[in-house]
Write a protein that binds this ligand. Structure first.
Ligand code: AP5
Length: 219
């Protein structure tokens, strides 16, 4: 049965940390809209130039632009048994669009297990996480100067690359991202609850504690 797992939660709730690990564990691709968009920006593509205007302000990138990138990625062969989708959908409009994309992709596979996993956490805990986040530009590993520091200062444990800080990880942009989250994305919690596919986990805890809770809801 194909497994389609999508992840919801406020900025810096730990989705990326857990879904990176889950992708390795399940051997499914980790499709992360934030990283896909940042990659477009880095390569200075037309989509990237457009996306940057919104990301820098903590706003959602236009739905059509993201849908095109997502459809293209989810159609690839490595997603045929399942995928881990982190950061999409982020609005009711995108959720409706995802349903259409999945129907278009799954033409000869009706046997699908779709779940939306919601990371529930008090957002007051998250600004500190954002400001102290660092990531590896090579492998995507995520660190935190306070809670999950690298073994060697400012270098990735896995490949030694110098860690970088995201441009949108400032206090000001983070506040705008939270506002966008509550306005546009939080309504998806009820949307998926009403469809009977929502699984909620308490995202306040150590990385290993949250991981154990995640394993329980993906069984
Ligand atoms: P995106 O990159 O998706 O950012 P986000 O949703 O704000 O999520 P984050 O990446 O900030 O957090 P996370 O939950 O992955 O947390 P992490 O594991 O890193 O999107 C960026 C932008 O792109 C958006 O603002 C928007 O403009 C655009 N965009 C993206 N998708 C879009 C879409 N679908 N439509 C339109 N626009 C879109 O953890 C955070 C920190 O906490 C790290 O430092 C980590 O080490 C630490 N940490 C993790 N777990 C724990 C723990 N248990 N205890 C202590 N610290 C922890």
């Amino acid at each position: 049965m194909k497994k389609e797992l999508i992840f919801l939660g406020p900025p810096a709730c730990g989705k990326g940390t857990q879904t990176n690990r889950l992708a390795e564990y399940l051997n499914f691709p980790h499709v992360d809209t934030g990283s896909l968009l940042r990659n477009e920006i880095k390569n200075e593509t037309e989509a990237g130039i457009e996306a940057k205007k919104f990301i820098d302000k903590g706003q959602l990138v236009p739905a059509e632009l993201v849908a095109k990138i997502i459809k293209n990625r989810l159609s690839q062969d490595d997603c045929k048994d399942g995928y881990i989708l982190d950061g999409y959908p982020r609005s009711i409009e995108q959720a409706d669009k995802l349903e259409i994309i999945n129907q278009e992709i799954n033409t000869d596979n009706n046997d699908v297990d779709f779940r939306a996993i919601y990371f529930d956490i008090d957002v007051n805990l998250l600004i500190e996480r954002i400001i102290n986040r660092r990531s590896c530009p090579v492998c995507g590993a995520i660190y935190n100067l306070l809670s999950i520091p690298p073994k060697v200062e400012n270098h990735c444990d896995k490949d030694g690359a110098e860690l970088t800080q995201r441009k949108d990880d400032t206090k000001e942009v983070a506040q705008a991202r939270f506002d966008t989250y509550f306005k546009e994305t939080a309504p998806l919690i009820d949307y998926y609850k009403n469809k009977g596919v929502l699984r909620t986990i308490n995202a306040d805890g150590t990385v290993d504690e949250v991981w154990e809770r995640l394993l329980e809801v993906i069984k």
